[in-house]
Design a protein around this ligand. Structure first.
Ligand code: XMP
Length: 400
């Protein structure tokens, strides 16, 4: 394969963007992630301050993130003309009461584009610039999920619906090539090397219905996971939150308990499995699949949570998923609090090159344990903390 040349790519794109946008204004929504930031810097080099860079403070960014991103991108060497739009209520209202992952994604996408359309109209701009990359298109077209930023490629006319034309300079690149372009453009490593954060933000990590208390607990858990796991350098690592509700009626899980006990050489009395009421996304034969979540708790005879090695955890998830065809995820308990509390938190950490496939990151147990204790202490409405032990496939990286 031919080596990717960032310098040549930037030169060609700047010429093309100048031709397409000319002296018109363009709007870009910047999240601070590597794709949208690189895209903004590239287009800013082509059309200067005719590019209006907005951060949508949509309620689903992390603690203090809109302000941090605005500061980083507006100062030298990047000097982007940044602006924060406070639109939390608009997004929270649009997603209120929705429980299904795909419905939430579609509601997010609609509100995202309607908000940007309003901004573009106010600014007299007919172009919307987006940092869409190749993986976004492959996965949306492949039916894995509705990416929030893929429209024209699936036949939605943005000009008719929202009054703007979409410009996507990074659409031929994979993530590692975007990072090469970012480094070439001298974008600071806080951004060029940053782990991905999905456009719909924390909304895809609040599994099921989004409520304010659930979202607030997730923000705290997210900070704990990011602070504790960064030293182990996984490709992506985050927290998700799910209702602590079991599927009803409770299925007979005897076979799974036996299998787990036998495989880990534990007594059946020390194994507990539940199936959660909410579902999570996964992949089967390259298509998106919405499946059940099995949550496993194993103890030593002393009552403490049992900590198997990663080879055994991997073998366990394979065996459980091959027996339980309706499931796409296996979670393994790493910290327990008051079991009556309404939510559980999932810690997810993966190793991956292209984000199309991913392995579970082998985070040392002491780090997982400390992270779980911190989450339980800071989030009194969380009953347990689990580690997601499912690779992609059969799971996806995000829970929704
Ligand atoms: P999944 O969950 O599909 O995620 O395995 C693969 C990568 O894509 C990110 N992701 C998104 N990024 N808009 C984005 O900009 C989205 O809707 C979206 N959904 C997932 C995810 O964080 C991971 O890096």
């Amino acid at each position: 394969m031919k080596e990717f040349n960032a310098k040549k790519f930037v030169k060609e794109q700047i010429n093309e963007i100048k031709q397409v946008i000319g002296n018109e204004k363009a709007v870009i929504a910047v999240s601070g992630g590597v794709d949208s930031s690189t895209c903004a810097v590239l287009v800013h080099q082509a059309i200067g301050d005719n590019l209006i860079c907005v951060i949508l403070d949509d309620a689903f960014m992390r603690e203090g993130e809109p302000e941090k991103v605005a500061e980083l991108l507006s100062q030298p060497p990047l000097n982007l003309p940044m602006r924060i739009e406070r639109v939390q209520e608009r997004f929270l209202t649009a997603l209120r009461g929705l429980r299904d992952a795909e419905e939430k994604r579609k509601a997010f996408r609609k509100t995202f584009y309607e908000t940007l359309s309003d901004i573009a109209k106010k600014e007299g701009s007919m172009f919307l610039v987006q940092g869409t990359i190749l993986a976004d298109i492959i996965e949306t077209k492949g039916g894995i999920k509705t990416q929030h930023n893929v429209l024209e490629q699936i036949g939605i006319s943005t000009r008719e619906l929202y009054g703007f034309k979409v410009v996507e300079p990074l659409v031929t690149l994979l993530k590692h090539q975007v990072r090469q372009v970012a480094r070439y453009l001298k974008i600071p490593p806080e951004i060029s090397e940053r782990q991905p954060f999905p456009g719909p933000g924390l909304s895809v990590r609040v599994v099921g219905e989004i409520t304010l208390d659930k979202l607030a607990a997730l923000k705290k858990a997210t900070s704990a996971v990011e602070n504790n796991l960064s030293k182990h350098d996984p490709s992506q690592y985050f927290a998700a939150i799910i209702n602590n509700e079991e599927i009803y009626p409770r299925p007979n899980l005897r076979g799974l308990v036996d299998l787990t006990a036998r495989y880990l050489e534990l007594s059946q009395m020390n194994v507990w499995i539940k199936v959660l009421a909410d579902k999570a996304t996964g992949m089967k034969q390259k298509a998106r699949r919405y499946g059940e979540i099995a949550a496993v708790t194993c103890r030593k005879d002393s009552g403490e949570l049992y900590q198997p090695d990663y080879k055994d955890l991997n073998g366990l998830q394979k065996r459980i998923l091959s027996k339980m065809r309706s499931a796409t995820r296996v979670l393994y308990e790493i910290g327990e609090g008051d079991k009556k509390q309404p939510y559980v938190v999932v810690v997810r950490a993966v190793k991956t090159e292209d984000f199309l496939k991913a392995q579970v990151a082998e985070i040392p147990w002491p780090t997982l344990q400390e992270t779980a204790s911190q989450i339980l202490k800071e989030c009194p409405n969380v009953s347990s903390v689990y580690y997601d032990i499912t690779p992609k496939p059969p799971a996806t990286i995000e829970m929704e």
